[in-house]
Design a protein around this ligand. Structure first.
Ligand SMILES: C[S@@+](CC[C@H](N)C(=O)[O-])C[C@H]1O[C@@H](n2cnc3c(N)ncnc32)[C@H](O)[C@@H]1O
Length: 216
């Protein structure tokens, strides 16, 4: 699926799953010290570079947005799914959450000090990734940072009727080196990467990747 069909399928999927997603995953970060270490490093780098607005793109229920806020960043969230945005506002009523897509974030060139896309490029097809990374590069101030996370693998997984909901969606898995090469082509060279094994609580089935890039 490409273009608007793909966005529409992603929106429908997460609107249907939002409440179950929140139940299962909203508090996940507290059990993931390595993931938090990348968010902490990102926050420290953004603050050391002078701070500024940070977008959590594909924020879901906003757990990462809230964590970034706790780390001292001026963070807000954007997501395709109105239902996810609604829940994010309920969890964090003091933070800002907007409906939107990562290919049209609706901010001026160079207006963001940082961007986080936490397990949200996983529904973007390979041919659409350059457009997403070009948008991230456009939005970041020179010296701004980008943090990406995604599942490591070679083949997409098609998830049908999760928890009995009548929806389905592709989950794209990727190799960190391939994503790093695309980021470099977009003008966002990777500064650091973390790969870790799936957690031992059975919630993850693949290794996880975290890439920290910086706009020169
Ligand atoms: C697996 S969830 C991750 C949510 C959140 N980042 C987290 O870690 O809990 C993926 C989220 O990305 C959003 N998303 C996927 N593609 C998007 C796009 N092109 N633009 C904006 N949001 C998108 C989905 O609506 C969904 O809420």
């Amino acid at each position: 699926m490409t273009g608007p069909d793909h966005l529409s399928a992603t929106r429908t999927f997460y609107d249907a799953l939002a409440v179950d997603y929140a139940d299962r995953f909203h508090h996940e970060l507290s059990a993931k010290p390595l993931d938090r270490s990348m968010l902490s490093a990102f926050a420290e780098l953004v603050l050391a570079a002078g701070g500024g607005r940070v977008a959590d793109v594909g924020c879901g229920t906003g757990s990462v947005t809230a964590h970034l806020h706790e780390l001292g960043l001026s963070a807000y969230g954007i997501d395709l799914s109105p239902r996810m945005v609604e829940l994010a506002r309920e969890f964090s009523p003091d933070l800002r959450f907007e409906e939107g897509t990562m290919t049209a974030v609706g901010q001026a060139d160079g207006s963001l000090a940082g961007i986080v896309a936490w397990h949200s490029i996983i529904h973007t097809t390979d041919d659409q990734l350059p457009e997403v990374f070009a948008e991230f590069e456009r939005l970041l101030v020179p010296g701004g940072h980008l943090l990406l996370s995604f599942q490591i693998g070679d083949e997409p997984v098609y998830l049908a009727r999760p928890l009995g909901h009548p929806v389905s969606l592709d989950f794209h898995r990727r190799q960190p080196g391939d994503v790093a090469a695309l980021l470099a082509e977009a003008g966002l060279p990777v500064q650091a990467r973390l790969s870790r094994e799936p957690d031992d609580r059975g919630m993850e089935t693949t290794p996880q990747a975290f890439l920290l890039a910086r706009k020169p």
